[in-house]
Design a protein around this ligand. Sequence first.
Ligand code: GP9
Ligand code: MN
Length: 412
Amino acid sequence: DGSEIEKIRNYIADQKGEESSKTELFGIAEDKNVVLVSMESMQNFVLDKEVNGEEITPFMNDLKENKDTLWFKNFYHQTAQGKTSDSEFLVENSLYPLDRGAVYFTHAQNDYNALPELLNEKGYTTSVFHANNESFWNRDVMYDNIGYDHFYSKEDFEIKEENSFGWGLEDKAFFEQSIPYLKEQEQPFYSKFITLTHHFPFDLPEDKASIDKLDTNSTTLNQYVQTARYTDESLKEFMNRMKEKGMYEDTMFIFMGDHYGISEFHKGAMSDYLGRDINGYEHIQLQRVPLMIHIPGSGEGKIYEKIAGQIDMKPTILHLLGIEEKRDINFGENMLAEHRKDFIAMRDGSFITKDYIYSKSVCYDKETGEPVELPPEEESPCEPFKEKVSKELEYSDNIIYGDLFRFYDFKD
Ligand code: GP9
Ligand code: MN
């Protein structure tokens, strides 16, 4: 029945700071189109790094400092086994993915109050561009359920030997071929692009590489920088095409990494590369992925240091578009709000707060990156958050397992 969902709703409301507080940026992108690029396997650690004097990601490096870009440098992915689909789920619903399996497969028929659905109601055309089979991650079923008008998938692209390798159509061709579709959409539109080239095992044909490999003992890490550069170049081309086609000014661009690409398995090589030990603290810090929100002509560019996560995407996007959903249920919060919930939860129960990181049962001090040392009788500063995090994850799970939104009226 509806009592459980009411309880959860009240809990969320209590947790939030002044959740409803409008910032000065409320509606700053009103009526603009939205292009969200989900960047496969892109992690923060490549930003501002060079290989033999060449920047790995020159486009993103510039973009994040642009006068029209809101850059969240402490933004974490929160995905689990559902990988890309988990990140999509987080962004669309502001709910947590499940701790095992992919919610895109297991609960694709639930009632949701997803971003595309909401934007649809406000008159946006909503679509996804991704050059893979439409049933991969059960996307065709889920997308249909959560209100996307159109899914441009593998069969909508011209895939030839020259323009594909690894997982399929290369990102540069993907963006190029997407432009005509994008242009024919009725405006305003909300379109999500999911890139593919920078995917494990990060294998790039030699003639398509424009930067050297790294020289660590992990082939995976060594190649990672080449595909990262490739995708970065494809983003630049895409942005230029948007300008040429006159679609740049009227669009808000969101570039977001979906999840890590370098797993813990490559910890040794990673530690050599970064020049420091990868302890539990560093491991969590490596889960930071790029998030750049570029709003042409806004002049609102700023570097945001505060912690944020994929769970916060939906409320943030709605805020920027000037859409208020009073009865909505989101575990995340508008990232621009001054007073926010003070932790970011990972699916495995690890978490990040302003001052601490909890990982693998150890509480780390963010200032030193070392475990907090305390006399035995004193409670760890991570303790109070542990409870909140597990409660929050449990509530989100309850919504999904019990399909609880069935019992809730989002419009009153
Ligand atoms: C597949 C692409 C990659 O369509 O999204 O998926 P991943 O392995 O990262 O979940
Ligand atoms: Mn992915």
